[in-house]
Design a protein around this ligand. Structure first.
Ligand code: ZN
Ligand code: ZN
Length: 363
C-alpha cells in the first residue's frame, strides 16, 4: 500500500511539473504571392481596457493558436465602460501584451480606436508610438496627430449607423484630401459593406477585414467554415516595417465568410497559386482525366464561362478534385474558362480565370 501511494505521489508530481497544455498553432493556408509573403492579420479587437471582456495577453494567445501573423489591439480611446474597475494609461493594454506577442513571434503594432459619435464614425489608427496625444477633442486634430506618428488610419464599419451611413461627408473629404485616411473596413465581423468596397476601389484606399472581437475567441482552430474575418497582407517580408509598407501600398485582400475580396491585381496571382492542375493521368478517345488541387483554406467555386469542362466546380479547402473534360482532341492542350465566383474583385463580381491542361508529350 505505501508503495502504491508513493507511485501516485510520483505520478502527480510528474503531472504537475510539466505544462498541462503545450501551445499549438494551426497555420492558415493562403499562398504567398510572387515576391510577397501573405500575412494573416486582424487589426481591430478589444480588451477589458475598453468594452472587451478579456485581458490583453489573451488576444495574443488566441491569435497564435488560430494561425494569425499580426494583430493590433485597438481599445476605444473615448469609450471605457470598465473605468471604475480598471483605470490605466491608454498605452497600458499594448504594453501589457507586447512581450507576449514577441515571444509568440506575432507582429503587434500599437493601435487604438478613435470612437467619435456619428458622423464622422469610428476610425482605427495602428503603428502608433503613443496613444495619449490622440485623446483630444477635435476629431480632425486627432487624425492629424495619428498621421504625425506615421500611423495607418482606416475607417471602421462604415454602414454601421448614423447620418454618415452609406455617405461620404465633408469631414471625410477633409481627411482624405490631406492623405490622412488610408483604408476602410470592407468587412467587420459578420458584415460586408459594399459601399466601402466601392470607395476603396474608386479612391485607392486599402481594403481591410477585421473581427472587432470583444469577447473571448472560443474557436480552437481556424477552418474554412469557421474563421475570423481577416486581412491578408502581401508584405515583402515578415516584419513590422514591411507590414506597414504593404498596408500603405494597398496590397491586401479580405477573407470574409467563404470569399476573398480584393483588387484583381492581387486576386489573380492568388488564384494562380491556390489552384493548380495536374498533368493528366488518363487520355481516352473522348476525354482527359486530371486532378485539380486547391491549396488554400477557401472552398473555391467555379462557374464555366467557356465551352469546355463541367458547368460548375466546387473545390473544397485543401483538397484534390477529380476532373473529367470531354473533348474530341484529348492529346491537345486545353484551356478551360471559368469565373471564380468567390474571388470578389468588385461588388457582386467574380474573377475570370483559366484552367490550363497540358498537351500530351510527343515521344
Ligand atoms: Zn467601432
Ligand atoms: Zn471596435
Amino acid at each position: 500500500m505505501p508503495r502504491t501511494l508513493a507511485l501516485i505521489a510520483l505520478l502527480c508530481g510528474l503531472l504537475f511539473s510539466v505544462p498541462l497544455q503545450a501551445q499549438v498553432r494551426q497555420e492558415i493556408a493562403f499562398p504567398d504571392l510572387p515576391g510577397y509573403s501573405t500575412l494573416k492579420c486582424d487589426f481591430h479587437m478589444h480588451s477589458v481596457f475598453s468594452d472587451g471582456s478579456v485581458w490583453p495577453t489573451v488576444r495574443v494567445d488566441e491569435a497564435w493558436r488560430l494561425g494569425l501573423d499580426a494583430i493590433s489591439l485597438t481599445d476605444h480611446i473615448e469609450y471605457q465602460p470598465h473605468e471604475d474597475d480598471i483605470r490605466a494609461d491608454l498605452n497600458r493594454p499594448f504594453d501589457l501584451a507586447a512581450a507576449r506577442a514577441e515571444q509568440h513571434d506575432l507582429l503587434f503594432p500599437r493601435g487604438a480606436e478613435i470612437t467619435r459619435d456619428t458622423p464622422p464614425g469610428h476610425f482605427n489608427a495602428i503603428f502608433l508610438d503613443d496613444i495619449r496625444p490622440l485623446d483630444t477633442a477635435d476629431f480632425v486634430e486627432v487624425i492629424k496627430r495619428a498621421n504625425a506618428q506615421n500611423a495607418f488610419v482606416f475607417w471602421n464599419h462604415q454602414e454601421w449607423k448614423g447620418p454618415e451611413r452609406g455617405r461620404w461627408m465633408e469631414v471625410h473629404t477633409q481627411i482624405y484630401e490631406n492623405e490622412w485616411l488610408h483604408g476602410m473596413e470592407v468587412c467587420n465581423g459578420a458584415t460586408y459593406y459594399p459601399t466601402a468596397h466601392r470607395w476603396c476601389l474608386e479612391k485607392g484606399l486599402t481594403m481591410l477585414g477585421n473581427s472587432d472581437i470583444h469577447g473571448p475567441d472560443l474557436v480552437n482552430r481556424t477552418v474554412s467554415e469557421e474563421h475570423r474575418t481577416l486581412t491578408l497582407v502581401f508584405a515583402r517580408q515578415r516584419s513590422l516595417e514591411a507590414l506597414q509598407e504593404a498596408l500603405f501600398a494597398g496590397r491586401t485582400a479580405v477573407w470574409f465568410e467563404n470569399q476573398v475580396i480584393g483588387r484583381r491585381e492581387w486576386l489573380e496571382p492568388m488564384f494562380a497559386r491556390c489552384v493548380t492542375v495536374d498533368q493528366p493521368h488518363l487520355r481516352t478517345v473522348r476525354a482527359v482525366w486530371t486532378k485539380l488541387r486547391n491549396h488554400c483554406d477557401l472552398e473555391i467555386r467555379l462557374q464555366r464561362t467557356g465551352e469546355l469542362g463541367p458547368a460548375e466546380i466546387i473545390l473544397p479547402a485543401r483538397s484534390v478534385t477529380l476532373l473529367k473534360v470531354g473533348t474530341g482532341s484529348p492529346e491537345a492542350a486545353q484551356k478551360l474558362s471559368y469565373l471564380a465566383t468567390n474571388f470578389v474583385i468588385e461588388p457582386e463580381t467574380g474573377l475570370p480565370v483559366t484552367l490550363e491542361i497540358q498537351a500530351a508529350e510527343t515521344p
